[in-house]
Write a protein that binds this ligand. Structure first.
Ligand code: GLA
Length: 721
């Protein structure tokens, strides 16, 4: 609910658990008054404490206590007194500063779409919006701040629309938000990592200075995620204040937290201003991506619950958003590039016997692609490998009783491809300079409309040619060699224009193929962000398919994304990325923490292993709704153990999973307390052959069998009796 107190020009945005308060000062500055645990009222007597501070400049000579340097500002530019990291920077004949003052506001039910960008959405019952116009007279620039409050799901979506008047400007920076907080005693949480080791949950104290996570790779990247949280250092799983910000965007971004000389802090998130600038002609506009803010005082469990349910309800779209996802078999690690139609059908047949529902044909089906050195761009079936073509193969797979899915990497081109030979200028390049390669491939220039148009048609032609119900959309390198082929002043527009081009392609394909389930991938989680989730409701979290390696990846991913979106496969041993040999049971138990799939040669497995897989598939079908739509809890964790519960809506089914990494001599008994159960109910587990009461399981816990084996795991499924 958004309340406006006209007498004091104060806006009180009341969410389920937080209040967010801003105020227009007499001078016209829009300042931040409070963000934190929900309060009922904000008294008019609650005034800002002003203080004269040396070296903090004043807009008037009459009042030395009033300085932009010390005020909590909702959207700020440098140059007129605020020395903190700016939210916006422009350049024109009048300099670089903006003096942004309140001009007007509107409050309305619902939420507008963001032009050409992914963003959260909701009905008029779910979301209410405040728009505040700020205006700088000298440059004739208007900045409209948008605050959309999702009261029930406890989120505030913020973005800014920058509009020029009579004069053109060069936009040098336009973050989606900065947020000024009254102290600096925080631990910063972010998700870092690398290829094969994505979304490592990283914690670091906010010390004097600035901490940032950012990408200039043209994608959000394996090593950084557009997410940052500031937590009270004493925060635990169940208690503690956390402020969190995410960006609904897939390109270059920055997210930072900094301290000030007077021990306040500023958090910011938006498009990375490195390699960014945007020419705005007179009477034109620039829309920033959307940032999502939330606050909880219920520790990381509260943050996780809010993040997951928001992504599931207000970011993921389309037919598949609220549907249980098919269990798939992917042939990549089973065959790599070396398959025949017969081999594929053999694999599909075994998958069907195991109860698997969808067959995904990965890389290698097109052009003359028998290795990763050629053919990207030639999206034409390889009849040598697939004599019946995609249509014939798709039909045969459908006849076996499986759906058929296909891998693409549309944004790329190989030098050795018909596409490159026909359109060498479509690859991103600097004229006069050689290419820079990565996996021997080049990136298509999606900032060009003709390239995007071609992509839409090329992908559509394939999707229309065969019974394809699923697409894995891959992207296996980052962008280099940024061209300066356009007018000189536009050179820093490239990265954002690329992402806008990509979004246009994805929007159109979503529109044309509403029944297709899209899964995004970028060599695993190289672009696993909310921007992509808007177009593709699931993502391949990592190329690392090792059960133990995936534990931390899935745990980090789970901090912001729901299990339904996390593609998670059982693969062969020794694992292809780590060489580790883990039991099939553990590989299954870990993959069942996400959206289950298989990626190994089922046909080559001994009968009993295939039976075990069939059993896993059957189990997953019985818990799929709970895992994909239920509440997720991280349980007591040590360096050597991981434990989780998933609990469905009415708490009638509870899936408990425990994994111990290494066996230890004379190890202490491990007792794990479950979470999220109905305290009064009695629960039965078939695996244990025993019943317990909810309060027993939550307060006493269960004792893990003292098994002397590495990579040991259990999965107990409890049903309310
Ligand atoms: C990327 C993906 C893999 C696989 C290969 C195919 O690495 O992450 O899952 O699809 O490409 O080349």
């Amino acid at each position: 609910m958004i309340e406006y107190q006209e007498d004091v020009s104060l806006f009180h945005l009341k969410s389920r658990d937080f209040s967010y308060i801003l105020q227009v000062l007499d001078e016209g500055y829009v300042v931040h008054r409070y963000f934190g645990k929900k309060i009922k009222r904000f008294s008019p007597d609650n005034k800002i404490t002003y203080q004269d501070r040396a070296f903090s400049p004043n807009p008037t000579s009459q009042d030395r206590t009033f300085s932009l340097d010390t005020l909590a500002l909702e959207y700020s530019s440098n140059g007129l007194g605020d020395f903190r990291t700016a939210t916006i920077e422009v350049r024109n004949a009048k300099g670089t500063a903006l003096d942004l003052r309140y001009q007007g506001h509107r409050i309305f039910k619902g939420k507008k779409e963001l032009a050409d960008l992914p963003a959260s959405f909701g009905s008029e019952d779910q979301v209410e919006t405040l728009e505040v116009d700020l205006y700088d007279q000298l440059t004739d620039v208007t900045v409209t701040l948008s605050y959309s409050l999702f009261e029930e799901t406890n989120f505030l979506a913020r973005s800014a629309l920058i509009q020029t008047g009579q004069q053109p400007i060069q936009l040098e920076k336009a973050l989606s938000l900065t947020l000024d907080l009254p102290h600096k005693d925080f631990t910063i949480h972010s998700l870092t990592g690398r290829y094969g080791y994505e979304k490592e949950w990283t914690q670091t104290p906010l010390t004097q200075g600035k901490y940032s996570v950012a990408s200039i790779r043209g994608a959000s990247s394996h090593s950084r995620t557009p997410f940052i949280a500031l937590a009270d250092p004493a925060t635990t799983e169940d208690q503690g204040d956390i402020y969190s910000a995410q960006l609904v965007y897939s390109g270059n971004f920055t997210a930072f937290a900094e301290t000030t000389a007077i021990h306040t802090s500023r958090l910011g998130i938006g498009i990375n201003d490195e390699h960014f600038s945007w020419q705005l002609e007179a009477h034109s506009q620039f829309q920033t991506p959307e940032a999502l803010l939330t606050f909880t005082d219920q520790g990381f469990t509260g943050l996780t619950r809010d993040n997951q349910s928001f992504a599931r309800q207000h970011i993921a779209r389309g037919k598949w958003a609220q549907k249980e996802r098919p269990i798939l078999i992917n042939n990549w690690e089973a065959t790599y590039f070396h398959f025949t139609e017969d081999k594929i059908l053999e694999l599909a047949q075994s998958a069907k016997e195991a109860g698997i529902e969808l067959f995904v044909l990965d890389d290698g089906w097109f052009g003359k692609r028998n290795s990763d050195t050629c053919s990207l761009g030639d999206w034409v079936e390889n009849r040598d490998k697939l004599p019946s073509g995609l249509a014939g193969l798709g039909k045969k797979i459908n006849d076996l009783g499986l759906d058929f899915g296909l891998w693409f990497e549309p944004e790329m081109v190989s030098e050795d491809s018909d596409l490159y030979r026909a359109h060498p200028d479509w690859a991103i390049q600097i004229s006069g300079r050689g290419h820079t390669y990565s996996r021997e491939q080049l990136v298509l220039d999606l900032s060009k409309q003709e390239v995007c148009d071609y992509l839409i048609e090329a992908v559509s032609t394939v999707l229309e040619s065969a019974p394809i119900s699923y697409v894995k959309w891959d992207m296996n390198r980052n962008i280099t060699n940024i061209p300066e082929h356009q007018a000189n002043h536009e050179k820093h527009e490239f990265y954002h224009r690329y992402i806008l081009g990509l979004y246009r392609v994805l929007e159109e394909l979503n529109r044309r193929f509403p029944d297709i389930l899209f899964e995004s991938c970028a060599g695993g989680g190289g672009r696993n962000d909310l921007g992509m989730l808007y177009y593709m409701p699931q993502a391949w979290a990592s190329d690392n398919t090792d059960a133990i390696g995936r534990l931390s990846i899935q745990e980090g991913t789970g901090l912001i994304f729901p299990a339904i979106s996390v593609g998670s496969h059982v693969s062969a041993v020794p694992n292809h990325q780590t060489g580790r040999v883990t039991p099939l049971a553990t590989r299954g138990n870990v993959a069942m923490l996400g959206n289950l799939g298989y990626e190994l040669d089922l046909h080559a497995l001994p009968e009993r292993k295939l039976d075990e897989i069939a059993q896993q598939v059957e189990t997953y079908k019985s818990i799929r709704r709970t895992v994909q739509f239920g509440d997720y809890y991280r349980l007591k964790k040590t360096d050597n153990t991981y434990a989780y519960t998933y609990v469905n809506d009415d708490k009638s089914q509870v899936v408990f999973t425990f994994v111990k990494v290494l066996s230890q001599p004379e190890a202490p008994l491990i007792q794990v307390k479950l979470k999220g159960l109905d305290a009064e109910a009695r629960y039965y587990s078939k695996e244990l052959g025993a019943s317990f009461y909810g309060d027993e399981l939550m307060n006493i816990g269960i004792t893990i069998p003292p098994v002397q084996k590495d990579y040991y795991s259990v999965q107990y499924i409890f049903h309310k009796q």
